[in-house]
Ligand binder design. Sequence first.
Ligand SMILES: Cc1cc2nc3c(=O)[nH]c(=O)nc-3n(C[C@H](O)[C@H](O)[C@H](O)COP(=O)(O)OP(=O)(O)OC[C@H]3O[C@@H](n4cnc5c(N)ncnc54)[C@H](O)[C@@H]3O)c2cc1C
Length: 393
Amino acid sequence: MAFDKHFDVVIVGGGAVGSAVAYFLKRVLDFPGSVALVEQDPTFRRAATMLSAASIRQQFSTPENIRASRFGLAFLRGLADEHGPEFDPQLRESGYLILATPEGAPLLASSHRIQIAEGADVALLDREGLANRFAWLSLEAIGAGSLGLSGEGWFDAATLLGALRHGARAAGAVAVTGAVTGIARKGAAIEGVHLANGSALGCGTLVNAAGTAAARIAALAGRTLPVEPRKRTVFVVDCPDGPNSLPLVADPSGVWIRPEGSGYLTGYSPPASEDSAADPSDFDPDHAIFEERLWPALARRIPAFERLKVKSAWVGHYDFNTLDQNAILGPDPEVPNLLYANDFSGHGLQQSPAVGRALAEIVAFGAYRSIDFGAFGFERIAAGRPVIEAAVI
Ligand SMILES: Cc1cc2nc3c(=O)[nH]c(=O)nc-3n(C[C@H](O)[C@H](O)[C@H](O)COP(=O)(O)OP(=O)(O)OC[C@H]3O[C@@H](n4cnc5c(N)ncnc54)[C@H](O)[C@@H]3O)c2cc1C
């Protein structure tokens, strides 16, 4: 078929992940081919990148996730030096405190061993260690905690996205505004994409970086991805007499809280039995969750939070991998010029630099050269072989 233009690489989705692929291809690897970054909504108002809690941790149980976040950390630390002070991502390295019940403590300890082996700066604390460090914390039903001593915290997502997009475009990536509505596939190869405005772009490689729309894009190519949008409400809360210095605290109940400005951000990840696919156009905050889940859990864990007040709330959607909540990365074995950069659940923003670099390596060299993400390949999906991540928030 005839295409209006041809690009060596077309990336669908210009959020942090798609932009990072373009950034690493053009700016870092000096890829000589042409790259188009196709985004349907350049305001990113509904993109997970802009609706996330923008936090970064090293406390995972899968070595690939720890490595990805450690590269993300180095990238964030160097962003202002690389791009100038206007791209300072305001990284606050205040740590994560992940709490476990007595039953969950052995799993926390085994994840900690993996983190230490990967070079992460994380301390495992028993009840006494927790009591000594955190006077504001109630240890009811807590067996242990692990605390990031450096290299974990939060940052400004818009600045990271801005730097990635700016860097990619300055190095020659072409930003195309449009919605991909069709994919031209011939046998085992993608030939190009159709846009809603009637134009068509031919491509040598197609990268799916469409976030919660990843399964829809895969389906246009006749492929199935186990990814669903899962609704998450983030609450902005105030508590004048709350602790004034706090890491991100992740409670075994699924509730988390961290400082933001003079207040806090808090949210809740429900257990699998209460979580289901959501309408990706539903952006109405779920206030009942605050009353029924968040507030009671927060007041139990940090008694000063009994006096919390909600100031505002927003909704975003995880691109949730129903097999194992880990990313799906790299080529489709049946359609090798279709690359996935999808299914990050709640940790895709911090991983975007590492994923961008990894996918750029696949395009430029045909193989991973830095972090080997082979374990996150599509093959495990086809085989129904999950790569379990124990530390999901
Ligand atoms: C409430 C919440 C809290 C989170 N907290 C964290 C956190 O603390 N730390 C962390 O690391 N991660 C966090 N995440 C996860 C993180 O935000 C995502 O994993 C990450 O932003 C995914 O980036 P992306 O570029 O893949 O997707 P997105 O940012 O969603 O971008 C995808 C883009 O694709 C575009 N698109 C879709 N379909 C088409 C189409 N057909 N044609 C053209 N364009 C299309 C969309 O418009 C969108 O801009 C959180 C997510 C949520 C929802």
